[in-house]
Write a protein that binds this ligand. Structure first.
Ligand code: PXL
Length: 286
């Protein structure tokens, strides 16, 4: 099998471990080539830092897409996340139309967390994100983003196992789109994801031990592992299990060191967990 290739459409935040600084190493560790299409360059992410810089990359994106098209590039997945402007919604929609081919389109509808919308997201961008997410084969919202996509207040989201099942089924566009809801806790002490798989029509939960601390960027770690596993041939639920367990391992390690939330999870020493054993360095080469 040739090396799978994913294009990752996210911001590049210099410090704070999220988006591209997470997607690139995780996909590489999984044996997946990652071609970044940056939406913005920030000095840090926007969660917990004051005075961050923000360079909007919107104008560069269609130029990059045109060049890639002229080279005949194909991707096994188009994977999008944090967007830098309202105009980028249309740019990413065009990109997906031009490059989806036979690949999988994963849209992480990054808009907020903990019931609050991120500072750089306007109501128009949130509406645009819902439209963009309609192009996806798989979406990976957290609970805050699920409420925004459903157009209901965060406090009114249904809860518990039945509630999480109802959320993913309502977000599935009548079964046409797979949904992996993150931060889905079915009982005290556990957390994970609720998955609706459009290819089987089944809804299934994946749970693990809950780490009682919040860290920045765990959604990006989750969606990157999920995307890597999908292009390596895992089913949706297998991919969600890999993502849930990797995020738990990262959160446990980071909590044990008591690192600040805004610095993200200390995932680098754990990247080896994502690699497949290679029997011989030349395996798979011919
Ligand atoms: O992890 C989501 C994310 C990605 N990129 C930037 C962010 C955030 C969340 O705050 O600020 C720049």
């Amino acid at each position: 099998m040739s090396t799978p290739c994913v294009t990752a459409i996210h911001d590049l935040s210099g410090f704070g471990r999220c988006s591209l600084t997470v997607a690139l190493p995780i996909l590489s560790a999984m044996g997946v080539q990652c071609c970044p299409l940056p939406t913005a360059f920030l000095s840090t992410h926007t969660g917990g830092f004051e005075g961050f810089t923000f360079l909007d990359m919107t104008d560069e994106m269609p130029k990059t897409a045109r060049h890639w098209k002229s080279l005949g590039l194909r991707f096994d997945a188009v994977y999008s996340g944090f967007l830098g402007s309202g105009r980028q919604i249309g740019v990413v929609e065009d990109f997906i139309r031009d490059f989806r081919g036979d690949g999988v389109v994963v849209v992480d509808p990054v808009m907020g967390d903990g019931g609050a919308v991120y500072q750089t997201y306007t109501p128009e961008m949130c509406a645009g994100m819902a439209r963009l997410a309609e192009q996806a084969d798989v979406i990976t919202p957290n609970l805050t983003e699920a409420a925004l996509l459903l157009g209901i207040p965060y406090a009114e989201l249904p809860s518990g196992e039945d509630g999480c099942r109802a959320i993913v089924e309502r977000l599935s566009l009548e079964g046409r789109r797979s949904v992996v809801l993150t931060g889905a806790s079915l009982e005290p002490g556990s957390t994970g994801a609720m998955c609706f798989d459009a290819s089987t029509g089944r809804t299934e939960a994946v749970q693990t031990r809950r780490v009682d601390r919040e860290f920045h960027g765990t959604g990006d770690v989750f969606s990157s592992v999920l995307t890597g596993a999908l292009v390596r041939g895992s089913s949706l639920v297998e991919a969600a299990r890999a993502a849930v367990e990797f995020v738990r391992a990262c959160a446990e390690r980071t909590a044990a060191q008591d690192l600040p939330m805004r610095e993200g999870v200390d995932f680098e020493p754990l990247l080896g967990l994502l690699a497949r054993p290679v029997a011989s360095p030349l395996d798979g080469l011919s």
